[in-house]
Write a protein that binds this ligand. Structure first.
Ligand code: CUA
Length: 164
């Protein structure tokens, strides 16, 4: 079969490019340990009261480590009574230097969970538990926002994390 010289060049260039993309993927997974965010658990969104999300809130787990369970719903985050009145935007207070793991689920539809200036950006899907861990080492107030459009009250879904 005759392949034109220019066509052969382009085929080689495309093959080399595809090869380098695949190599980059393999290196990012094996060398840098980069993973797609994936659900850590599955639960029944109709029966959250029978799960670890029955009492959302902050728990100290020793050292400077904390776990925060949060339930997203139309249109607020429930982070437990310590974080303020039910239905109001939660205010989560944590000491500076804390490593915090967030467990977030939804009781109705898909929401987002984004913390500004920190590497937390979760898609919160009913039936799944999303998890992200981050270090808070700069005092200040950081917004939690729902960054998935979720209906009429979407813009009221936010909260504060106060690092003190
Ligand atoms: Cu919840 Cu947007």
């Amino acid at each position: 079969m005759h392949i034109d010289r220019l066509e052969r060049y382009w085929l080689t260039a495309v093959a080399a490019m595809l090869g380098s993309f695949v190599a980059a993927l393999v290196v990012s997974v094996t060398v840098f340990g980069i993973r797609l965010p994936s659900p850590v658990d599955r639960i029944d969104p109709q029966h959250l009261e029978e799960t670890e999300f029955a009492e959302p809130g902050i728990r100290a787990v020793g050292g400077n480590r904390y776990e925060v369970h949060i339930v997203a719903k139309m249109w607020s985050y429930d982070a437990g009574p310590e974080a303020g009145a039910a239905g109001a935007p939660p205010v989560i207070r944590i000491p500076n230097g804390s490593q915090v793991t967030f467990y977030v689920t939804s009781r109705d539809i898909i929401h987002g969970f984004y913390i500004e200036q920190h590497s937390v950006n979760l898609e919160v899907i009913p039936g799944q538990v999303a998890r992200a861990s981050t270090l808070f080492n700069r005092p200040g107030t950081y917004k939690i926002i729902c960054n998935q459009y979720c209906g009429a009250g979407h813009q009221t879904m936010y909260g504060d994390i106060i690092v003190e």
